[in-house]
Write a protein that binds this ligand. Structure first.
Ligand SMILES: NC(=O)c1ccc[n+]([C@@H]2O[C@H](COP(=O)([O-])OP(=O)(O)OC[C@H]3O[C@@H](n4cnc5c(N)ncnc54)[C@H](O)[C@@H]3O)[C@@H](O)[C@H]2O)c1
Ligand SMILES: O=C(O)C[C@H](O)C(=O)O
Length: 325
């Protein structure tokens, strides 16, 4: 009998958590043959709502759900956790940038980094979703000195997926026809969605669309998609964010497609000249539970300028949380 895998979700009674918990419990993240125990964390005022989530999870009678822990104690939620999806944090409202949340949310991630350090499985894989996700992941890993920093990642898969959807619509093809999309940098308005290495049905994407569209339409649309969703819904994206989180962890755990790569924000090892240590989104391939940055891509002047701009923002964010890292 396979031992259940322990998956912690923070902010589990929130918008994203409410989507995520059910999809993970039903086997959509780790597959139909991996039983999971969900370890759900909330703050005390949300424990009533969390109880309701637990009741509904049980009522689904998912064959892959081996147990539920609902708690307001990080040490319980992270106990022996194999995966930790750090979603619990304040979302931005209209007119805000994600980095405006930094000071408010940063302390959550220093405390949770410490709690992961002291309680999680030594091979835990951490995905930070709460914004500003890259710098929160930096804070979390710097507060978990006994864990390998490579176990800490932040989510740019939603931006990657948004970029796929825009390019598919423009070329009139399915997203299934696209390979090698890249999302560089920060999950913020400076992010750089890059089609330079993309193919669509095997043809180089830059030969199918004009440069003006890429510069004036594609890049700003992807950069501003989160704000557009907030404007339309009144609250930030939730179902698409949960879906991207599932994609991120599934590919990390089970492997990215053999003929493609995905985008993940990971601690930089200096690849492509990006400052070591900051959590920066790169093209990665995942195999046997590990991610590896895709090496050797040719970088144009146009790309280099944008990659540097988003790096500069992450360095600024890092400077703003010096006392926590
Ligand atoms: N990286 C991405 O692509 C991406 C996409 C969408 C949203 N987000 C971010 O994800 C976060 C959550 O968004 P949401 O829409 O689910 O928000 P939400 O307000 O609906 O839910 C957040 C939940 O977190 C809980 N919480 C707050 N502090 C906590 C703590 N210390 N420990 C545990 N739980 C805590 C709250 O009680 C709430 O239930 C926001 O920061 C949002 O900006 C990121
Ligand atoms: O835009 C936001 O604040 C929410 C999220 O980060 C998103 O990209 O949808």
């Amino acid at each position: 009998m396979t031992q259940p895998t322990r998956v912690a979700i923070t902010g589990a009674a929130g918008q994203i958590g409410y989507q995520l918990a059910f999809r993970i419990a039903s086997g959509q993240m780790l597959g139909p043959n991996t039983p999971v125990i969900l370890q759900l964390l909330e703050i005390p005022p949300a424990l009533g709502a969390l109880k309701g989530v637990e009741m509904e999870l049980l009522d689904c009678a998912f064959p892959t759900l081996a147990g539920v822990v609902a708690t307001d104690k990080a040490e319980e939620a992270f106990a022996d956790a194999h995966y930790a999806l750090l979603v619990g944090a304040k979302p931005r409202g209209a007119g805000m940038e994600r980095k405006d949340l930094l000071l408010e949310n940063a302390k959550i991630f220093s405390a949770q980094g410490k709690a992961l350090n002291d309680n999680a499985d030594r091979q835990v894989r951490v995905l930070v979703v709460g914004n500003p996700a890259n710098t929160n992941a930096l804070i979390a890993y710097r507060n978990a000195p006994d864990l390998d920093p490579a176990r800490f990642t932040a989510m740019t898969r939603l931006d990657h997926n948004r970029a796929l959807a825009q390019l598919a619509a423009k070329t009139g093809k399915s997203v299934n026809a696209i390979r090698q999309m890249t999302l560089w940098g920060n999950h913020s308005a400076t992010q750089y969605p890059d089609i330079s290495h993309c193919t669509v049905d095997g043809k180089p994407a830059p030969s199918l669309v004009d440069e003006t569209w890429v510069r004036d339409d594609f890049i700003p649309t992807v950069q501003q998609r989160g704000a557009a969703i907030i404007k339309a819904r009144g609250v930030s994206s939730a179902a698409s964010a949960a879906s991207a989180a599932i994609d991120h962890v599934r590919d990390w755990a089970l492997g990215s497609p053999a003929d493609d790569w995905v985008s993940m924000a990971v601690p930089s090892d200096g690849s492509y000249g990006i400052t070591e240590g900051i959590v920066y989104s790169f093209p990665v391939r995942c195999k046997q539970g590990r991610w590896e940055i895709v090496q050797g891509l040719e970088i144009s002047e146009f790309s280099r300028t944008r990659m540097k701009a988003t790096e500069a923002e992450l360095l600024e964010e890092r400077d703003g949380v010096r006392d926590l890292i």
